[in-house]
Design a protein around this ligand. Structure first.
Ligand SMILES: *[C@@H]1O[C@H](CO)[C@@H](O)[C@H](O)[C@H]1NC(C)=O
Ligand SMILES: *[C@@H]1O[C@H](CO)[C@@H](O)[C@H](O)[C@H]1NC(C)=O
Ligand SMILES: *[C@@H]1O[C@H](CO)[C@@H](O)[C@H](O)[C@H]1NC(C)=O
Ligand SMILES: *[C@@H]1O[C@H](CO)[C@@H](O)[C@H](O)[C@H]1NC(C)=O
Ligand SMILES: *[C@@H]1O[C@H](CO)[C@@H](O)[C@H](O)[C@H]1NC(C)=O
Length: 343
């Protein structure tokens, strides 16, 4: 009797332990499947397993897998008024953070570019900044983001969006506007992100004095950039979500919710906006015209506040895209917006 009990107990223990192992194994499998990637690649699968047992998140995984260098367009009078608050909030989620200005600042650690300060020279500044990034940090990231010092970025959403695209394809993403540039251009205020290949093409084309591809046309910085990138063979991508809602916004949430109060925004959009659609994607990436204090408010709302009992966001990454066919499609897309007065 005693012997039988001991044997049963032992069998029970063994089966229990095996079942636990099996259960862990199933959970791990599910998580790996969620990544929808081919993990026959040993370094990747090893890394994934290590991280998951340490209870790290997919966002941690993406941090290393989809590296983003952020550079912030700022100027001396904004170093302490705005830029430093980006460093304290969303900027710390960039793989590398640079502040492009015209003066050195030991506290903010700026890059003092050799261009005149002022609105008229923004295009020169952008050009010089990307050139600097390419020459000094070109191999430190897969994607290169330009943001204003009053923009707020949700880096996790940017990474999960970019994850599906190859950084070796010459492409850039942002809020696509349509007048002035055939393939469209990205709104400067909403910020835009260049792939590694796009950065290289931009640097090569804009550095050459003989090419007329990237000259000064007396247009605003973002249009000049759009023309230059188009001439450099960089394709303007589509960053909208599956429902067609924009992810990059040249306005603040307060301008767009509950209704869009701007006259100009819908007119500039490359893709006509469905009136029934909510203004902003659930996987939004950027907002503009954010006041310094609001950086902290947004950080709190997004990263700390949690309504009790509400399910978390999906942890499924998109599958990898076929860049060849996508680039072809985007390159030849025509805006479905009608712009009345091309002044
Ligand atoms: C993983 O990739 C290899 C090589 O590209 C391929 O042969 C294999 O079929 C893939 N496996 C799965 C499950 O997709
Ligand atoms: C593993 O992945 C890396 C990065 O994606 C790739 O360069 C390499 O060719 C892969 N190795 C194999 C054996 O598939
Ligand atoms: C990311 O990479 C760094 C440097 O290689 C490493 O120290 C860190 O543990 C990695 N983080 C994750 C979550 O993989
Ligand atoms: C372009 O011109 C500037 C001066 O006008 C010169 O310093 C620079 O070396 C030139 N760059 C190339 C690539 O020719
Ligand atoms: C990608 O798309 C192109 C053009 O549509 C096609 O020729 C190619 O076979 C596709 N590649 C893959 C890996 O599916």
């Amino acid at each position: 009797m005693f012997f039988r009990n001991v044997v049963c107990l032992l069998i029970g223990l063994i089966v229990g332990v095996r079942l636990t192992d099996f259960w862990d194994y199933v959970k791990l499998q599910q998580l790996s499947n969620n990544l929808r990637e081919n993990y026959t690649n040993t370094t990747h699968s090893l890394g994934l397993r290590l991280r998951l047992t340490q209870e790290d998140t997919l966002a941690d995984y993406l941090f290393n897998n989809t590296r983003v260098l952020c550079w912030i367009m700022t100027m001396p009078e904004n170093h302490l008024k705005r830029a430093v608050h980006i460093r304290n909030t969303w900027g710390k989620r960039c793989n590398k953070l640079l502040f492009m200005s015209t003066k050195a600042d030991s506290f903010l650690d700026t890059v003092p570019l050799d261009v005149p300060e002022g609105r008229d020279y923004l295009w020169h500044k952008t050009r010089a900044a990307f050139k600097y990034v390419y020459e000094h940090h070109g191999d430190e990231a897969d994607w290169f983001l330009k943001a204003d010092d009053d923009s707020y970025f949700i880096m996790e959403n940017l990474r999960s969006f970019l994850y599906q695209y190859s950084a070796d394809a010459p492409v850039y993403f942002g809020c696509k506007f349509h007048p002035f540039v055939k393939q469209g251009y990205m709104s400067g205020g909403a910020g835009y992100v260049l792939s590694r290949a796009a950065l290289r093409r931009f640097a090569e084309v804009s550095a050459s004095n003989t090419s007329a591809a990237c000259t000064q046309n007396q247009l605003s910085e973002d249009k000049e950039m759009g023309i230059c990138l188009q001439n450099a063979g960089v394709v303007a991508g589509d960053a909208r979500d599956a429902e067609g809602a924009e992810r990059f916004h040249p306005l603040a949430p307060i301008h767009l919710i509950p209704v869009d109060t701007s006259e100009w925004y819908p007119l500039y959009l490359f893709y006509k906006r469905d009136k029934n659609l909510q203004c902003c994607s659930r996987s939004a990436i950027s907002f503009h015209y954010i006041k310094p204090k609001e950086f902290y408010v947004l950080d709190y709302l997004l990263y700390e506040l949690r309504p009790f009992g509400v399910a978390n966001v999906a942890d499924t990454l998109p599958g990898k895209a076929n860049m060849t066919s996508l680039l072809e499609r985007w390159k030849h897309e025509v805006s479905d917006n009608i712009f009345k007065d091309e002044d």
